[in-house]
Ligand binder design. Structure first.
Ligand code: ADP
Ligand code: MG
Length: 391
């Protein structure tokens, strides 16, 4: 089963691109599922159908689901919810609602990944497409190598917070009810599922991440950071989709100015992401809603090619740590050390100039204060060495 995860800043067109991909997959005969995980659901609008928290058939070969964590809590994890409620009551706090529990960041994404496991086991889909929310938590969940305890930590983090509130309001600690076997079973189910999520996320043959952005400064910077972050955890981004590109034949002074500006941003994108595969979709003149418009978008992005193709199975950039030195490997074949010029750029980036090529790499937050020790080459990689100040 092929799983395609779309991520990117809000408003860049993730939902549209995800929906266009799903429609095209279904059209090609793949049994397709599209899941919207963003709480600001717009997948229904995009597809022009009313979706719900339950799986719905929305066309030939196409099912869709708008993840609703409150619904998941009520239907799948009610025993845990009941336990937490009982726990809260025992502490003198009013019953906690599923809505309140649903505020945990990243819960929707975790629930979506559980669905992916379920689909993988029962084999009912060929392709699963996930439209993910533009949050740090999504990236963290996608990239963190060991996510098995993540959920549990979140859950108990919430309980701890609630207890501290209880202490303030009630004044003293009361007896804590013991979780029932059912609750413990549910918790171990979640834990087992989280362990299995790795199976899905660490399978570059089948599960890939595609980043959507626009040729504008903010989305580019944010995508660069996400890209580095994902590379840092050895997750492969297989391609970029640059959406809302202004066509060259656009007329009018305003559009001409936008086009000039765009040239610069396109250059910035190539400098930051080369040799990653980049696909484009033009800015359309009318609202991009409904299957017909989405079909045009799918044509722009995929042409006649198969949207389930895996464009890259390895990342052109990755990090390794050796003797306390962080090494950033960047695939740059055909270069020698004489060719390169290396310096720090704006916003915690490093800039690598090599002949005609220029590469800008956004550093992850954890490496902002790292000292750059220099660079070396192996067969095909430039290796930039860093030492972190605080370990
Ligand atoms: N290529 C495009 N041309 C015209 N409008 C677009 C294009 N891509 C997206 N849009 C519009 O931009 C808005 C945001 O798109 P959406 O897919 O919801 O973004 P996201 O999911 O990233 O927030 C929507 O109104 C959508 O119709
Ligand atoms: Mg969206």
């Amino acid at each position: 089963m092929r799983t395609i995860i779309y991520n990117g800043k809000g408003g860049v067109g993730k939902t549209s691109v995800a929906a266009a991909t799903a429609l095209r997959c279904a059209k090609l005969g793949y049994r397709t599922m599209i899941m919207s995980v963003d709480t600001a659901h717009s997948l229904g609008d995009s597809l022009n159908v009313k979706l719900s928290a339950d799986i719905m058939n929305v066309g030939e070969n196409l099912d869709a689901l708008e993840m609703n964590i409150v619904h998941e809590m009520r239907t799948k994890w009610s025993s845990i919810k009941d336990y937490i409620s009982a726990f809260m009551l025992s502490q003198g706090v009013e019953d906690i609602s599923a809505e309140e529990m649903a505020i945990l960041p990243g819960m929707e994404m975790a629930a979506a990944l559980f669905y992916v496991l379920q689909f993988k086991d029962n084999g009912e889909y060929d392709v699963v497409i996930i439209d993910t929310p533009p949050t740090g938590e999504t990236l963290r969940l996608l990239s963190f190598p060991d996510v098995s305890n993540w959920y549990i930590e979140k859950l108990f983090g919430l309980i701890k917070r609630m207890v501290s509130i209880a202490r303030v309001t009630v004044g003293k600690m009361m007896d804590i009810p013991l979780p029932s076997k059912e609750v413990m079973d549910s918790i171990s189910d979640i834990k087992r599922n989280m362990e299995r999520v790795k199976e899905v996320l660490e399978d570059p043959e089948n599960t890939t991440i595609r980043l959507v952005l626009n040729p504008e400064r903010m989305p580019i910077s944010e995508t660069m950071r996400s890209y580095t972050y994902l590379c840092l955890y050895n997750k492969t981004v297989e391609c970029l989709i640059v959406n809302k590109v202004i066509p060259q034949d656009a007329d009018g002074n305003f559009m001409k100015r936008k086009l000039e500006e765009q040239e610069g941003y396109m250059k910035m994108i190539r400098e930051a992401f080369d040799p990653l595969k980049i696909m484009y979709a033009y800015q359309m003149q009318t609202e991009l809603l409904g299957p017909e418009k989405l079909d045009i978008m799918a044509d722009m992005i995929f042409g006649d090619s198969d949207p389930t193709e895996v464009y890259a199975k390895t990342s052109p950039m990755h990090f390794e740590t050796e003797d306390g030195i962080n090494k950033l490997y960047i695939r740059m074949p055909f270069l020698s050390k004489d060719d390169i010029n290396l310096f720090r750029g704006n916003n915690n980036s490093i800039v690598i100039e090599a002949g005609e090529q220029r590469r800008t790499v956004a550093l992850p937050l954890s490496m902002c204060d790292a000292e750059m020790l220099g660079a070396e080459f192996d067969d095909e990689n430039l290796i930039v060495k860093f030492k972190r100040q605080t370990e």
